[in-house]
Design a protein around this ligand. Structure first.
Ligand SMILES: [Zn+2]
Length: 231
């Protein structure tokens, strides 16, 4: 069993970037933890919706089968300083994580850049550090892909928990999520994919027992088959 830690600056960042991959990890029996650094206080909506954002994040984590840890930091004020690195190091140590997912370093949002940088420092001894794409990511050249064909509906379900942001933000469009997954899937020569740019990705060649997706994915979370690739 792997221990997986996914880190995001704000509520819904992790779900958008790697939500379906986390579902695949959970289905494989891995232990999944999400570290959300801030409560998204500067996101869209009135104060009541901002307060509700924490509950939305808790519901989304539940639907992904993930444990949620709050970083307790201030939205739009994140820096890659010693305190942030130490906070991430503490969660890495507590979870024993051997796979880390985090924002891509080249991003127009300063919080995303800060968390990517702080995580590279905190996870400097880890063998698998993978960066995911956000709507505000700038350059992104993925080389690692996860087949999420069986989990894309579950990702959309988790994103649906973030009603205060999904309804108010053009950044979170279900159609765009599906189109993006199909785009990365076509690049990876599979159905639907989430894509990652690694800082490091050490291959593990130990034999793993085979499990079929049909055995572990509930019917309500199954997506229509991906279109067949031609050529
Ligand atoms: Zn964000």
């Amino acid at each position: 069993m792997r221990s997986v830690l996914a880190i995001g600056a704000h509520p819904d960042d992790v779900e958008l970037g790697c939500g379906a991959t986390l579902l695949a990890h959970a289905a494989a029996g891995d232990s999944v933890t999400m570290l959300v650094m801030t409560g998204g206080e500067n996101g869209p909506g009135d104060p009541a919706q901002v307060t509700g954002r924490r509950l939305e994040q808790e519901a989304a984590a539940r639907s992904l089968g993930a444990r949620l840890v709050w970083g307790g930091m201030r939205d739009c004020m994140l820096t890659a300083d010693a305190g942030t690195v130490a906070l991430i190091e503490g969660v890495l140590e507590e979870t024993g994580a051997d796979v880390v997912y985090v924002h891509a370093p080249d991003d127009s949002h300063q919080d995303h850049r800060a968390i990517a940088s702080a995580t590279q420092g905190a996870a400097r001894r880890l063998s698998r550090v993978l960066h995911y794409q956000s709507p505000s990511t700038l350059s992104f050249s993925p080389t690692v892909y996860v087949d999420v064909t069986a989990h894309l509906t579950g990702k959309l379900h988790a994103l649906g928990a973030h009603a205060s942001q999904v309804d108010l933000s053009a950044m979170v469009e279900p159609d765009a999520v599906v189109a993006s997954a199909r785009h990365w899937g076509a690049q990876a020569r599979i159905g639907y994919a989430e894509a990652f740019a690694p800082t490091r990705m050490v291959m593990d060649l130990a034999p793993v027992p085979r499990r079929r997706a049909e055995d572990v994915v509930p019917a309500s979370h199954r997506l229509v088959p991906a279109p067949r690739l031609v050529g």
